[in-house]
Design a protein around this ligand. Structure first.
Ligand code: C2E
Ligand code: MG
Ligand code: MG
Ligand code: MG
Length: 279
């Protein structure tokens, strides 16, 4: 690989970089090409109703299938895409692909499934973020009412990005907003209100060890009580077993997303799942 990048000079240079930097550098280089070479893939993870267990939504989750067979986790490359600005074209690709997919499923007779798409702070920071989203809706024929954008608490704390105004404009089109990983950042009830958040996703961090842990259970209870009184839809993330599921259902959590019901899966698999559940 060093040869491709320019031979000896490159090698000498990389010796001076520590392993971490080197890794980031090559990752950035490869990520740029991943987009061009169609190595990025969307998986979809169903969200089910806590009560009836019907699929009511899916979250689009990006995967990078490198040509050499490696699968790189978004937890690894999204932060780098974020820092380098690559998240902007990647995020647009994600939104366009997810919308196209949702429109296709709807045409094939699976209505009423909401598509949730993660958007990064950097995307929202673009001056023309709203126009770009609108253009993708037009291009794909996506009904904004079927779309949910997942934002993180970091969006809310940046004061310079005018996020509140931009998101309000998208909400006027019918798009819904979810606060992702709630409770892990600078959680503020004020943000939920001023951003017009519709859905609150309880971080997997609280769910993972909730069984038999009274203080975690207490946190989850408090979040659900708060979200309920704000009339938010509550999604619990990372539900892996029956005990977690029963607990969350008993609290009045609306939706469950987790391996206990469904893992993220490629488009073909989820298409089959939908066809089975239709009719
Ligand atoms: P997230 O948005 O909070 O997504 C939920 C993560 O939890 C996903 O990890 C999902 O696979 C994982 N998960 C769901 N259920 C379970 C479970 O029961 N057990 C366990 N252990 N994990 C579960 P994933 O796909 O690796 O994505 C990690 C993060 O990368 C996402 O967290 C999101 O922050 C980011 N990400 C993924 N796709 C995109 C994207 O298209 N755009 C942006 N900006 N970020 C993305
Ligand atoms: Mg998410
Ligand atoms: Mg999350
Ligand atoms: Mg996250």
């Amino acid at each position: 690989r060093a040869k491709e990048l320019g031979g000896n000079r490159y090698e000498a240079y990389t010796e001076r970089l520590n392993g971490d930097m080197y890794r980031r550098w090559t990752l950035e280089y490869e990520l740029r090409r991943a987009l061009e070479r169609d190595e990025l893939v969307l998986y979809y993870q169903p969200q089910v109703e806590a009560k009836g267990q019907a699929i009511v939504g899916v979250e689009a989750l990006i995967r990078w299938h490198a040509k050499d067979g490696r699968i790189v986790s978004p937890a690894e490359f999204i932060p780098i895409a974020e820092e380098t600005g690559l998240i902007v074209p990647i995020g647009e690709w994600v939104l366009r692909t997810a919308c196209r997919q949702a429109v296709t499923w709807k045409k094939r007779g699976k209505p009423g499934v909401e598509m949730a798409v993660n958007v990064s702070p950097r995307q929202i920071r673009q001056d023309d973020f709203v126009e770009r989203v609108k253009a993708i809706l037009d291009e794909t024929g996506m009904d904004p009412h079927d779309l949910q954008l997942e934002i993180t608490e970091s969006v809310a704390i940046e004061e310079t990005n005018d996020a509140e105004r931009k998101l309000a404009e998208l909400k006027r089109l019918g798009i819904r907003l979810a606060m992702d990983d709630f409770g892990t950042g600078y959680s503020s009830l004020g943000y939920l209100q001023s951003f017009g958040v519709d859905t609150l996703k309880i971080s997997q961090m609280f769910i993972r060890d909730v069984s038999g842990n009274e203080s975690l259970a207490g946190i989850v209870r408090a979040i659900v009580a708060m979200a309920t009184s704000l009339r938010l839809t509550i999604v619990a993330e990372g539900v892996e077993d029956q005990a977690q599921y029963e607990f969350l259902k008993s609290l009045g959590c609306d939706r469950i997303q987790g391996y206990y019901f469904h893992k993220p899966m490629p488009q073909q698999e989820i298409g089959k799942l939908f066809l089975e559940s239709v009719s």
